[in-house]
Ligand binder design. Structure first.
Ligand SMILES: CC(=O)CC(=O)SCCNC(=O)CCNC(=O)[C@H](O)C(C)(C)COP(=O)(O)OP(=O)(O)OC[C@H]1O[C@@H](n2cnc3c(N)ncnc32)[C@H](O)[C@@H]1OP(=O)(O)O
Ligand SMILES: NC(=O)C1=CN([C@@H]2O[C@H](COP(=O)(O)OP(=O)(O)OC[C@H]3O[C@@H](n4cnc5c(N)ncnc54)[C@H](O)[C@@H]3O)[C@@H](O)[C@H]2O)C=CC1
Length: 310
């Protein structure tokens, strides 16, 4: 028993010292995912700087975080509005916004990238950050579908690179996939796992395979629903109703495509199709490509398979 207790204390203090190392987090991308990741990191006491390409985007991102945080406060502190206000204020005080990623990364412990799902753009970003970030800084990508190994390939710090894959909406979804590739060190993997848990999520680990666990199963399902629609077998509304009421999913596949973003869905499928052109599950959809070309990206643009215009 004494051994078990001291082992527990040792393990807690090791974990605490690893977590203590990650005090400042830089989140790059102030869109759907970047705002959610910023929020949960700030809620759990980290100092976070959220970066994007323009002032307008980071300001809009900050407003989205405030709206989402209000929903969390309403739920968590329904009987104690004073404590709720304190939680709201202290969380917002932990957040900074910026448009100069190099400046921010020069003094950060962890960079989490949540920008557009495009390998070239992600590689360029990390390559420039690698030159300015301190030695100890860990880099992580929130990519949905790209190999972490490829994203890390332009960086020297291969051992301090991994995947931290959050789910949308980040404040609500309880999972983070922690992804390591061949060069990721045990320390980095453990720090990323500790960080995922420190922001209140359950972590699972996964090798660097396309789509990790969730998307490798979820995206082919969503695309199969699109193919059913393209074949004229059922309407989007009926497929959604069927999967919600017949399979117990909180959203139907078309609602989910709109929620994730049709651009992101398209990039995921396109990337996998290029890796494995003979795999029918990864066949791109003309309908999705057409909607994206028309700027119908789902909820975030006001229209996708459904219209969200008020
Ligand atoms: C593409 C990738 O790489 C990976 C991915 O992310 S794939 C996508 C994974 N996500 C999913 O599958 C989401 C599936 N959908 C759902 O789970 C639910 O529909 C949902 C949680 C999004 C919304 O749930 P809902 O019951 O329809 O709506 P709603 O009542 O508004 O929300 C439920 C709760 O979540 C909270 N909530 C929803 N969105 C929120 C947000 N952005 N911020 C904070 N709280 C939020 C609400 O306040 C509400 O709280 P209460 O239960 O206390 O009322
Ligand atoms: N949408 C979803 O449900 C999920 C998406 N992801 C992944 O997260 C990443 C981001 O996705 P979303 O947030 O949905 O996209 P989004 O389109 O909502 O936001 C992306 C943001 O990145 C910014 N950006 C682009 N290039 C940049 C750069 N060089 N520097 C700084 N900012 C830049 C854009 O201005 C935009 O605000 C993608 O890799 C996506 O695959 C992961 C989990 C779920």
């Amino acid at each position: 028993m004494a051994f078990a207790t001291s082992a527990l204390v040792r393990s807690l203090s090791t974990s605490a010292s690893r977590q203590a190392a990650i005090k400042h987090v830089t989140v790059i991308g102030g869109g759907l995912m970047g705002t959610g990741i910023t929020q949960v990191a700030a809620q759990s006491g980290h100092n976070v700087t959220m970066c994007d390409v323009s002032d307008d985007i980071v300001q809009k991102g900050l407003a989205r975080i405030q709206d989402s945080l209000k929903r969390v406060v309403k739920k968590k502190y329904k009987d104690d509005p004073t404590a709720g206000q304190k939680f709201f204020d202290s969380t917002m005080e932990n957040i900074r916004i910026d448009t100069n990623v190099e400046r921010v990364a020069a003094s950060t412990d962890l960079v989490i990238e949540a920008i557009i799902e495009n390998l070239d753009i992600k590689q360029k970003l990390f390559s420039s950050l690698d030159k300015v970030a301190p030695q100890h800084t860990i880099f992580a990508s929130n990519t949905s579908s790209l190999p972490i190994k490829d994203i890390a390939s332009t960086c020297e710090r291969q051992d301090r690179f991994g995947g931290l894959h959050f789910f949308n909406p980040v404040p609500v979804m309880k999972l983070v996939e922690v992804v390591r590739f061949g060069a990721t060190s045990n320390e980095t993997f453990q720090s990323l796992t500790d960080f995922g848990q420190a922001v209140g999520k359950t972590t699972v680990s996964c090798k660097d395979t396309p789509g990790f666990i969730v998307n490798r199963l979820l995206v082919p399902y969503m695309m199969e629903a699109v193919r059913m629609l393209e074949r004229g077998e059922a309407s989007a509304r009926d497929i959604d109703t069927a999967m919600k009421l017949g399979a117990g999913y909180p959203m139907g596949p078309f609602e989910l495509c709109d929620y994730v973003g049709l651009d992101t869905t398209k990039f995921i499928v396109q990337g996998w199709h290029e890796l494995d052109p003979d795999q029918p599950l990864f066949k791109p959809s003309e309908l999705v490509n057409k909607l994206v070309a028309e700027g119908k990206l789902g909820m975030k643009s006001g229209e996708g398979f459904y219209s969200y215009k008020k």
